[in-house]
Design a protein around this ligand. Structure first.
Ligand SMILES: Nc1nc2c(ncn2[C@@H]2O[C@H](COP(=O)(O)OP(=O)(O)OP(=O)(O)O)[C@@H](O)[C@H]2O)c(=O)[nH]1
Ligand SMILES: [Mg+2]
Length: 396
C-alpha cells in the first residue's frame, strides 16, 4: 500500500498536538461532560461574575465557603440573555391542558359514570361508581362519603339521568377539594424568598424545580437554584441543565458534600446577588431512613437560621404511586414541616382522584400539579379546571 509521505510526516505532529490537549484538559480539572467543577467540597456558582467579584480558590474548606465564578473557568454555562425557551411562550390555556392530560383518569372515572347511569339510577350503577372512585384513588373514606351524598341529593332533587349524576359528582369533588390558598409563599421583607423541595426518590423534584424556574424567570424574577442533592454528581448536572434552560443561577458542590453547606452557601449567593427567589433541590429519600430524614431537617434548619421561616417547604408526590404515596407523605410530615404538595405525573396516571385523597388525608393543599415532562407542564392546581378536565367530553 502506498502512503503519501506528507501523511507520514504529519501523523506524529498530530499525535503530539492531541496529547498536549489531553494533558492540559486533565490539569484544568474539567469533567468529561465539559462542566468545570470545584475540588474538595468547593462550591460552584455557575453564573456570570458580578462586577468587581474575583474568583476564589476552588479547594478551600467548607467552613470558609467560596464563590467560584468567571466566564474564563466556566465558559460553557454562561447564562444567555434570554434563554430561547423563555421567549414568547405560547402556552395552551390551563383548562385545555387539564383536559388533554387527564385522559387516563377520565377513562376510569368519567367514562364509567356515563356508562353506568345510562340506563337509570340503579343500585348497580352506584356500586359501579363507588368502584370507579376507588380505582381512581379518591380514597375509601372519601368515596363512601361522596356516594352517600350523591344518593341523598339525587333522591331529594329527583335526578334521573346520567348527566344529572355527573353534575352532582362534579360538585361533590369540587367541594372535597375545597378552597385552600394555593399560592406559593413569597418573602414580605428583605431577602430572597426560599422554597425547599423534598420527597422520596424519583417523584419529580428536580423536574418540578426546573419547570418552576421557567415560570418564575418569565415573570421577571432573579433566581438561584441550589443543588443540595449531593448524592450523585448527576443530580447537580440535571439541575444544571434546567438552570441553563431557564437562565437561573446554579449553586452546587461536589458529590458527597454536606447538603446543608450547599444550602448555606446558596442562600449567601442569593442574598449577594439580590435574587428574588432561591429554590433548593434535595436528594430523594425514604421516610424510614432516619439519618437521611435528619439530614433534611438540618438543611431546613440551616436555611431558617439565615432566612427565618421558609416561605415554602414543598413535598413532591408522584400521582402514579397512589395511596402508597400518601403513606410515605405522612411519615415525611412527621420529620419536617411541609407547607404544600406538588403532585406530579398526573398525566401518566389513571389515579387522578389521589388529589382528593392527598388533601383530605394530609390536610395540606395541593399547590402544584405536574402534567408532563416538558418545561411548561406545570400548573398551579385549580380544582374547577381539574374537575372540568376530568369529565371533559363526558357531559356538556
Ligand atoms: N409524565 C411526567 N413525568 C414527570 C413529571 N415530573 C417528573 N417526571 C419525570 O419523572 C422522572 C423523575 O424526575 P426527577 O425530577 O428526576 O425526580 P427527582 O424526584 O428529582 O428524583 P431523585 O432526585 O432521583 O429523587 C423524570 O423522568 C421526569 O421527566 C410529570 O409531571 N409528568
Ligand atoms: Mg432530583
Amino acid at each position: 500500500m502506498d502512503i503519501d509521505p506528507i501523511v507520514l510526516i504529519s501523523l506524529p505532529v498530530l499525535l503530539v498536538v492531541l496529547l498536549g490537549g489531553l494533558v492540559a484538559r486533565g490539569r484544568s480539572g474539567q469533567k468529561p461532560g465539559g462542566r468545570e467543577v470545584g475540588q474538595g467540597g468547593g462550591t460552584d456558582v455557575l453564573e456570570r461574575p458580578a462586577p468587581g467579584q474575583t474568583p476564589v480558590a476552588a479547594d478551600e474548606e467548607l467552613a470558609a465557603p467560596h464563590v467560584d465564578v468567571g466566564p474564563d473557568t466556566l465558559p460553557e454555562v454562561v447564562v444567555p440573555d434570554t434563554p430561547a425557551e423563555l421567549v414568547e411562550p405560547e402556552l395552551m390555556p390551563l383548562g385545555e391542558r387539564f383536559k388533554r392530560r387527564l385522559s387516563r383518569t377520565r377513562n376510569v372515572l368519567g367514562a364509567s359514570v356515563a356508562d353506568l347511569f345510562g340506563r337509570g339510577i340503579t343500585d348497580e350503577a352506584w356500586d359501579g361508581l363507588e368502584e370507579a372512585l376507588i380505582t381512581a384513588d379518591v380514597g375509601v373514606t372519601a368515596t363512601l362519603e361522596i356516594i352517600e351524598e350523591l344518593k341523598r341529593r339525587s333522591r331529594e332533587e329527583g335526578v334521573t339521568t346520567a348527566d344529572g349524576v355527573l353534575d352532582l359528582l362534579k360538585q361533590a369533588l369540587r367541594s372535597a377539594l375545597g378552597t385552600a390558598d394555593r399560592s406559593l409563599g413569597r418573602a414580605t421583607d428583605e431577602g430572597p424568598t426560599v422554597w425547599l423541595v423534598t420527597g422520596v426518590n424519583g417523584t419529580g423534584k428536580t423536574t418540578t424545580i426546573g419547570k418552576l424556574a421557567a415560570v418564575e424567570q418569565r415573570e421577571g424574577r432573579e433566581l438561584v437554584l441550589a443543588a443540595a442533592d449531593t448524592w450523585r454528581a448527576a443530580a447537580a448536572e440535571q439541575l444544571g441543565v434546567w438552570a441553563d434552560r431557564t437562565g437561573a443561577h446554579l449553586v452546587r458542590k461536589d458529590e458527597g458534600a454536606d447538603p446543608a453547606s450547599v444550602a448555606f452557601e446558596s442562600y449567601a449567593a442569593a442574598t449577594e446577588r439580590s435574587a428574588d427567589l432561591l429554590i433548593v433541590d434535595t436528594a430523594g429519600r425514604l421516610h424510614n431512613k432516619r439519618e437521611l430524614m435528619d439530614e433534611l431537617g438540618k438543611v431546613k434548619r440551616v436555611l431558617e437560621k439565615q432566612a427565618g421561616p421558609l416561605e415554602e417547604t414543598l413535598l413532591v408526590l408522584d400521582a402514579t404511586t397512589g395511596q402508597n404515596g400518601i403513606a410515605q407523605a405522612r411519615a415525611f410530615l412527621e420529620a419536617v414541616e411541609v407547607t404544600g404538595i406538588a403532585l406530579t405525573k398526573l398525566d401518566g396516571s389513571s389515579k387522578g382522584g389521589i388529589v382528593v385523597a392527598v388533601q383530605r388525608e394530609l390536610d395540606l393543599p395541593v399547590k402544584l400539579v405536574g402534567l408532563g415532562e416538558d418545561i411548561d407542564d406545570l400548573a398551579v392546581f385549580d380544582p374547577e379546571l381539574f374537575v372540568e378536565g376530568l369529565f371533559a367530553g363526558i357531559t356538556d
